[in-house]
Every structure is written in structure tokens, then in C-alpha cells.
Design a protein around this ligand. Sequence first.
Ligand SMILES: Nc1ncnc2c1ncn2[C@@H]1O[C@H](COP(=O)(O)OP(=O)(O)OP(=O)(O)O)[C@@H](O)[C@H]1O
Ligand SMILES: [Mg+2]
Length: 214
Amino acid sequence: MNGKFITFEGGEGTGKSTQLRLLADFLRTKGINVVETKEPGGTQTGQELRRILVTGDKDKFDATAEALLYFADRHIHMTQKVWPEMEKGNWVLSDRFADSTVAYQYFGYNKRVSREDLDSLYKIAVGNFKPDLTIILDINPEIGLARSFNKAATMDVKELRFEGRELAFHQRMRQGFLEIAQQEPQRCVVLNADKSIEVLHNDIVKIITERFEL
Ligand SMILES: Nc1ncnc2c1ncn2[C@@H]1O[C@H](COP(=O)(O)OP(=O)(O)OP(=O)(O)O)[C@@H](O)[C@H]1O
Ligand SMILES: [Mg+2]
């Protein structure tokens, strides 16, 4: 495949969506065709799964059901959007991907899904494919959650199902993302997200220009 697949990961309110948009704009100034997408909900069917996953009561189903739904969304996303766009040579930027499933459904919960089961689901849904680069935005969850709640106050549909979990859940998840980055240091870059939007954007541009020799 000619295109690249870059994923943004991290907890709530770390700035993933903001930084993804800014990176997309930057890459376009370099003449690259960029597709901005997200999980869950990168496709039309995925939008329906997203509503089920991120709205409503936090305990309406457990981590196992979540993992299955996330990987269903992911398989649809890869086959109907990410891979076809990459075949055309486009760069695909995704707001969350499989590391979020590991961080939330494995590291986050006390009643977790095993790592082996998540790896098996990955194989079924995605195969051996991996992102070219994963940018993990890291921040104290208290700051991130405050940003998310502020943002949600201005939105009609409240996507706060996970924000409703206890602080310890978000702290475990944060550690989870850091462990993932340690396990795959070539693929993952961790950035301190407790900076201004502009400074963080410049950090990301530096990494991208070096990594992809732009
Ligand atoms: N570096 C920053 N400093 C201060 N505020 C920020 C920063 N980055 C983003 N924000 C603000 O914080 C809120 C959350 O940012 P954003 O939506 O980009 O985060 P996110 O990681 O995508 O969150 P979510 O997990 O809820 O989707 C937004 O209102 C955004 O404007
Ligand atoms: Mg977001």
C-alpha cells in the first residue's frame, strides 16, 4: 500500500481530535492527500456503533461486549475506508485505534478482557497490519477529563460514557498507553500533552517530518 496510516491515541481530552486536524492541514500544505477519520465511527455503520459505545449508561454492558463492538467497528473501518484510501496513496489519520481498546478494555477495567483475547480479536479484524506511526498524547487525567467535560457542555449529543468512570480507571488507562509505547517503541511516540495547542502541534510536525522525511 502506498499511503500511510497514522493513529492518535491517549485518554479523554488529551487533544487527539485537535492535533489530528492540525496535522492534516500541515500535511496538505506538503501536497499530501489526507483522509481524517476516527474510531469508533469512521464509517456510516460505524457511526451507529459509536452511538451505542460512547453514549448512555457506563454500565449498560461490560468490557467484553465493548471489545467485540469496537473490533466490529474496526474491521468495517479498515475494509471499507482505511485500506481503500491507502491503496489510492492517501494518508489516513485516525482519531483512536486498537491501542485504545487495549488501554480501556484491558488496562482500565478490573473485570478486564485478557491481552490474549484482544490480540486474537485484532488478528481477526485487522490481520498483521499495523499503523506506520502512533502518536500517544499523555496528560494527567484530571486535566484531560476537565477539558472533555467543558467541550461536552457545548455539544448536543453527550459522548461521556467513559468519562463517567472513576479517576483510577483513567489513571490505569494512562499507564496502559505508556506500557504499550514501551512494548512497541518503533511504532509509538509519547508526547506530553500538557502544553499549548500550538507547541504540541510543533512537536508533532517535527516528529512527522523526521520520520517520513518530508
Ligand atoms: N493543548 C491544549 N490546551 C488546552 N486545551 C486544549 C488543548 N488541546 C485541546 N484542548 C481543548 O480541550 C478539549 C478537548 O480537546 P480534543 O477534543 O482535541 O481532545 P480529545 O483527545 O479528542 O478528547 P476526547 O477524548 O473527548 O475525544 C477541546 O475543547 C479543545 O479545544
Ligand atoms: Mg476527540
